[in-house]
Design a protein. Sequence first.
Length: 406
Amino acid sequence: MRRPFYSGLTFMALGRIDIAVKEFKKAVKFDYTDVESHANLGLAYYEQGKLDLALKEFEICLELDPEYDAALGNIGNIYNIKEEREKAIETYKKLLEIKPNSFEAHNNIGLTYYEINELDLAEEYLEKALKLEENQGIIYNLGLVAYKKKDIDKAINLFNKSYEMDSQNQNTNFNLGCIYMELEDYEKSIKYFKNSVDINSQDGVAWEKLGSAYLKVEEFEEALKAYKKALDIDPDDGETHEGLARVYIKIGRDNLAEIAIENTISLDENKPSSYYVKGLILAERGNLKEARECYNKAIEKGYNLSDIYTSLGELCETEHNMEEAIENYEKAIELGANTGNDFFNLGYAYYQIKELDEAIENYKKAIEKNFRDITFHDYLGKAYAEKGEENLAKKEFDIANKLFSI
């Protein structure tokens, strides 16, 4: 008399979970000791999102059969969904006592440790899972752990291996895009973010990241397209509105930039970078006092990237406050600003206050970063000339002239 049980299975397969629940309830009422009926009723509740009811059914399974491993796995999964991580780990470990070679248990323990930032333990259990069964998912998960541990080379190797096994895995493509974005290899990041949105065109975050990568390589039209796609999917994403503002600044559309950044602030008034971008708009308009206020507000709220100090330096330079400009340019370099322009800006500020040795030192660093920049050589020549070092000055002016004639 298992007709309700089999009817329940049929309705589950058809996606009629509500009817399946009714049938499984009939089955457990007919035979309370039927473990499979309780287990499937638990699965049906799980599909409905009724986690406490599902948990109760799986616990009944264990009362009836203490070694029913599927129930332990499902209980662990429910604890994970409820973010009760320690209980989840404890339950998965009970499963390992019954099935020491359970691939799923090792994998789930590893992922749960990852969620609570116990990265060494996460790696240990995921590597055990990999020994039991080599598959793309485990290699990807190990890549996540390596990425979170800041072991970038290892993360790239693992994600590349995952990509070789399944190039259509969106998560792999997305994370490779993120890594190459951090490494400032923007062409590669564009490749993987494009793959990501090709695989799932409804991933707004991936579209936003693609827009940011295009912005870095100054492909502004492509950046706009990507950001607008992201907003079609999630109109309330502050990162995307801010990205749009940055593009509009670059293409001289200040009014649109202002609208975009005000949208960002209205969505999250505590987002530090939005005040930095608002400051850029104000500085572009010559509203230096208001721009400075926005930059300082961004810093107060926790924005501590090199670009804001570069912008503050430029603002101070416009105000002819070279000492403060130097302070900000040096802070930018301390935080990682490392282009020829960064050192040139610092050198120029020193040059303006006639600290020629400091100016020369920084102009030289700028040239090391970009030998073919005519301006760098020209200003180094001027600094040498003011020091009376005519031969060195002539050498730099000659280089500048040769570069100009190429």
